[in-house]
Ligand binder design. Structure first.
Ligand SMILES: [Zn+2]
Length: 140
């Protein structure tokens, strides 16, 4: 996990993003807002599949790495691949947190926390806004 220069591959103007996304999606993905806890569509979802970026469709997380954190947001212990996301330190709450953004379109996804003792393989919690994701269920 390291911060690196972001090579954004999907570039849109703010007007284009506003036209594509609804108000809450825009606030979260483009203005780094956080959706309220326990209300997101995918908070407790167990469906097997792949979670894509709501803004650009890039595959970001697999259901296999989703776990019950009981924090109120969908939680994953790893991204689908490290090159799918980029990291950025923010101080929006007055202390440093590691923001997770989509590497393809530079949209805000959520934050990642480490060392909380959840007992997952990485001891990380990617706390991701449900509204930033689109679940594509695996074919049964
Ligand atoms: Zn994206």
């Amino acid at each position: 996990m390291s911060e690196k220069a972001n090579e954004v591959r999907v570039l849109k103007t703010e007007a284009e993003w506003r036209a594509q996304l609804n108000d809450l999606e825009y606030k979260v993905l483009r203005q780094a807002a956080t959706e309220p806890p326990h209300v997101g569509e995918y908070t407790d979802t167990k469906t097997v599949g792949v979670y894509r970026c709501k803004a650009c469709g890039t595959e970001l997380f697999r259901s296999e790495t989703k776990f019950d954190s009981h924090c109120g947001w969908p939680s994953f212990y790893a991204p689908l691949a490290e090159d799918r996301v980029v990291y950025n330190t923010d101080h929006l709450l007055g202390y440093p947190r590691t923001e997770v953004r989509c590497a393809t379109c530079d949209s805000h996804l959520g934050h990642v926390f480490e060392g909380e003792g959840y007992g997952t393989p990485t001891d990380q919690r990617y706390c991701i806004n449900s509204i930033a994701l689109d679940l594509e269920p695996a074919e049964s």
